[in-house]
Ligand binder design. Structure first.
Ligand code: BTN
Length: 253
């Protein structure tokens, strides 16, 4: 697999390759073997893109698939806040390059016109030396057309192209995403919740009836808002308030 550093001026390498199994999987191997904090691995297409809860992430050419390696020194409990902060960073890049405002579906899907255009998978583990690392993997559908998605995703998946009706150049978008992610991480290191207000503004999940879906059950709730730690505040069927910290929440329309 040929990898080229496409941003030699950045503090850590941005490695690009044409085709890869999964940028998260390969960057995790590199992290295990001591790759530097800040290393980015990005590819034009993935043959085995991975999504949350063991799903596949469709990754045809026409998208941006990027993983960022971080080695945060904060307490483990704060690591989760990196994912919503990354969602905000991608929204900013989309706004800067395309002039449109993406919305966020809790916890970290980006939407345009109600269709998912971006997903984020954060994975953390320890390397060979016993140090913790985090890989934040982002898949953004850029020029993907409806027919590029498998049939079963065509009603729910979208891209920048399906939303704005014209193609976006991949390289400027990629570079802007990297800048926004670097900025986000610098402020995250100062304050893990520095992106919370923007996250709340962009998040469309509150004030809807929704189903909370776990491996064991599906429950109807009313979503009240996003809590101070990015978890979801809901009122359950018994009328009690609850905090949802992970899992799938499907808005009922
Ligand atoms: C989801 O929506 O379920 C998360 C999708 C995350 C996809 C990205 S693409 C880059 C990185 N490599 C992967 O295999 N997955 C993430």
């Amino acid at each position: 697999m040929d990898m080229e550093n496409i941003m030699p001026e950045r503090y850590a390498p941005v490695l690009y390759c044409e085709t890869i199994s999964s940028t998260n999987t390969v960057l995790k191997e590199m992290a295990y073997n001591g790759a530097a904090a800040g290393t980015i691995l990005t590819a034009a297409e993935q043959t085995g893109g991975r999504g949350r809860v063991g799903r596949r992430f469709e990754s045809p050419k026409k998208g941006i698939y990027l993983s960022l390696l971080l080695r945060p020194e904060t307490d483990a409990e704060f690591i989760q806040s990196l994912t919503p902060a990354a969602a905000v960073a991608v929204c900013r890049a989309v706004n800067a390059v395309c002039g449109i405002d993406a919305q966020i579906k809790w916890p970290n899907d980006l939407l345009l016109d109600g269709r998912k255009i971006c997903g984020i998978l954060t994975e953390s583990s320890t390397d060979r030396a016993g140090h913790r690392y985090v890989v934040v993997g982002i898949g953004l559908n850029v020029n993907t057309a409806e027919e590029d998605f498998p049939q079963e995703l065509r009603d729910t998946a979208g891209s920048l192209f399906t939303a704005i009706g014209r193609e976006t150049e991949i390289k400027p978008m990629l570079l802007r995403m990297i800048d926004e992610l670097d900025c986000m991480y610098a402020s995250w290191e100062e304050d893990c919740f520095s992106q919370l207000e923007e996250y709340r503004r962009r998040c469309v999940t509150p004030l809807h009836e929704a189903d909370v879906i776990s491996a064991y059950e599906r429950r109807r709730v009313f979503v009240l808002g996003v809590a101070d730690d990015y978890s979801l505040l809901v009122r359950n069927g018994e009328g009690e308030m609850e905090k949802i910290t992970f899992g799938e929440v499907s808005i009922r329309t």
